[in-house]
Design a binder for this molecule. Sequence first.
Ligand SMILES: NC(=O)c1ccc[n+]([C@@H]2O[C@H](COP(=O)([O-])OP(=O)(O)OC[C@H]3O[C@@H](n4cnc5c(N)ncnc54)[C@H](O)[C@@H]3O)[C@@H](O)[C@H]2O)c1
Length: 250
Amino acid sequence: MMSKLQGKIAVVTGGTSGIGLATAQLFAAEGARVFITGRRQAELDKAAAGIPNATGIQADSSSSADLKRLFDTIREQAGRIDVLYVNAGGGSMAPLGAISEEHIADAFDRNVKGLIFTVQNALPLLGKGASVVLTSSTAGIVGTPAFSVYSASKAAVRNLARSWILDLKDRAIRINVVSPGPIRTPGLVELAGPDAAAQQGLLDMLAAQVPLGRVGEPEEIAKAVLFLASDDASFVNGAELFVDGGLAQV
Ligand SMILES: NC(=O)c1ccc[n+]([C@@H]2O[C@H](COP(=O)([O-])OP(=O)(O)OC[C@H]3O[C@@H](n4cnc5c(N)ncnc54)[C@H](O)[C@@H]3O)[C@@H](O)[C@H]2O)c1
């Protein structure tokens, strides 16, 4: 069977851990040359070493200067981008009474500003048939305690996609959104702190809310991103794909 990304140039932001790492591995297995980004050089080197045909480029998505340097480097090394998966992001918890300026800046810099400037800087490298996948979350559509700022930042993502497909009309670039439910990643379990029992408690609590009765695995998001990124989704544009065991529907 033909590999789904044979010969393609793919970029995965936040590719050192969790969903981004699993997706970079799947993209590579499907024949892509993969560029991954992360904030810390040591983790980036470790992740890139485990992925065939991968290059790690240090870049903090919150930094416009880093993003410019990232895409300048990709232009020099590969000349174009066929698949852009904007995965870098995350957030921390704060109930309404504890929301601070820093809390808002952290979520919106990573999940909104960083996402906007990632796509903007990539634009000159995206040709006809290119695919962009953005990362939202079920938290962007259902209420989640102590997660309102993260939820608001993720809710912004679907509206960016809906407008951008109009901004890019006639360029034949597809933009879609993947919205994971609770997925067993370092980023999720660390919300419960360093204690393993507390982390398991968080996973159990989240699993109980999901109609399928469990949390998801990073590889399950990677497969959905591969679908949106590949020509299998050639007429899918401006869509939001929930990969959440049904959580967003209840
Ligand atoms: N795990 C979940 O349950 C879940 C659910 C919905 C959405 N998401 C979203 O999926 C994405 C990946 O999350 P994950 O759970 O795999 O988290 P993770 O913490 O395990 O991995 C996140 C990756 O993004 C990178 N990253 C974070 N901020 C960055 C920045 N400013 N610049 C560059 N890289 C940055 C991290 O270094 C890491 O490589 C995030 O956007 C997250 O909000 C996760």
